[in-house]
Ligand binder design. Structure first.
Ligand SMILES: O=C(O)CCC(=O)C(=O)O
Length: 281
C-alpha cells in the first residue's frame, strides 16, 4: 500500500507524503487514563533516564502490554487508518529530571520494504509535552533519504550529518496529551531530556498494511556489504534483543526472505537540499 491508497483525508495524505508526518487529536481522556493504568500495572516505577517496554526482559509482561494496547486501540486505529493493522506497540518513558534520557535523531527499524510499502508509526504522549519534558523533534522530509536503519546497528547515510541535523534541521513539536504524531517509519526523529518533576510516558505503535508480515533487517559487521531481510512473527518480535549485534537471527525463529547488497554513501547538505530538506534554524 502506498500514499494513493491511504484512506485518510487529502490534507493528511499530502502531509505524510510531503513532510513525512502530521499531528492530529486521537486519544480521549478515558483512553489516556487506561493507557496510564496499563503502564502502572505492568511497569510501575522505572529506571532513571529513558525506558522502553520493548527493551526490558520480562517477555510475559511485554505480551500483556501488547494485548492490552491492542484491546484498547485496534478498532479505533483501523477506523482511522483502514487497511492497516497494529504490528507492534510499546511504551517509552522518561523519568522526572532525566539524565541520559535524550534519544538522538534516528530512523526507526524498517519493518517493510519501503520501496513497495508504507509503514507508519504513531506516537502519543500521555501528558502534554514540549521542549522541556521530551516532546518529539523531527526532520521534515527526512523520509526521502534512502537508507535503512536495520535492527543490528548498521551504518546509515546520515551518520556524518547527525550533529548538523540535530542543531539545524530538526523541529520540536509540542503536543497535547492524547494527540498523535503519525509518521513514516523512515522519518528522522528523536527527543530531549525531561526536565520536569513528572515522568513523561508515551505510547508508540507501528501500523503495517493488512496481510503484510512484519520484516526485520539485519546487518552484520562481519559481512558489511550485505543486508538480510527476515520475516518475523509478532511473538518473535517481542523476544528479539533490541539494538545489539545478532550474528544468526534464525536462532530466534526468523526466516530469511531476502539478502541484498548494502553500501552506504553519506549524504551532504547538497544531497539533502535536493530532497527539499533544508535547515530550519
Ligand atoms: O518517546 C520518545 O521520546 C521517542 C520515541 C522514539 O523515537 C522511538 O521509540 O523510536
Amino acid at each position: 500500500m502506498l500514499y494513493k491508497d491511504l484512506a485518510l483525508s487529502e490534507n493528511h495524505v499530502a502531509k505524510l507524503q510531503d513532510t513525512g508526518y502530521f499531528i492530529a487529536p486521537f486519544l480521549d481522556d478515558h483512553e489516556i487514563q487506561a493507557l496510564k493504568d496499563i503502564f502502572a500495572a505492568e511497569v510501575g516505577s522505572f529506571q532513571q533516564g529513558i525506558f522502553f517496554t520493548a527493551a526490558y526482559n520480562d517477555v510475559e509482561s511485554k505480551f500483556r502490554i501488547r494485548e492490552a494496547i491492542l484491546a484498547l486501540l485496534s478498532e479505533k486505529m483501523s477506523k482511522f487508518l483502514p487497511g492497516f493493522y497494529i504490528s507492534a506497540a510499546l511504551f517509552i518513558a522518561k523519568s522526572a529530571h532525566s539524565n541520559n534520557g535524550t534519544l538522538a535523531l534516528h530512523q526507526d527499524y524498517s519493518m517493510v520494504d519501503h520501496s513497495k510499502h508504507l509503514a507508519l508509526n504513531a506516537w502519543f504522549p500521555l501528558i502534554d509535552v514540549d521542549g522541556n519534558n521530551g516532546c518529539l523533534c523531527a526532520v521534515p522530509r527526512s523520509h526521502r533519504v534512502a537508507g535503512i536503519r536495520a535492527a543490528s546497528l548498521n551504518p546509515t547515510p546520515y551518520d556524518d550529518m547527525l550533529p548538523s541535523l540535530e542543531s539545524e534541521y530538526a523541529v520540536k513539536y509540542p503536543m497535547r496529551a492524547g494527540e498523535m504524531m503519525l509518521f513514516d517509519q523512515r522519518v528522522l526523529h528523536g527527543s530531549g531530556e525531561n526536565n520536569t518533576d513528572t515522568p513523561r510516558i508515551a505510547l508508540q505503535i507501528t501500523m503495517l498494511p493488512v496481510g503484510l508480515p512484519m520484516r526485520y533487517y539485519y546487518w552484520n559487521k562481519n559481512q558489511p556489504n550485505r543486508i538480510n531481510a527476515y520475516e518475523v512473527g509478532m511473538d518473535v518480535h517481542l523476544k528479539l534483543p533490541i539494538s545489539v549485534q545478532v550474528d544468526d537471527p534464525t536462532q530466534y525463529g526468523l526466516t530469511l526472505i531476502e539478502s541484498t547488497d548494502f553500501a552506504v554513501k553519506q549524504v551532504s547538505r547538497e544531497d539533502l537540499a535536493e530532497l527539499g530538506i533544508v535547515p530550519v534554524s
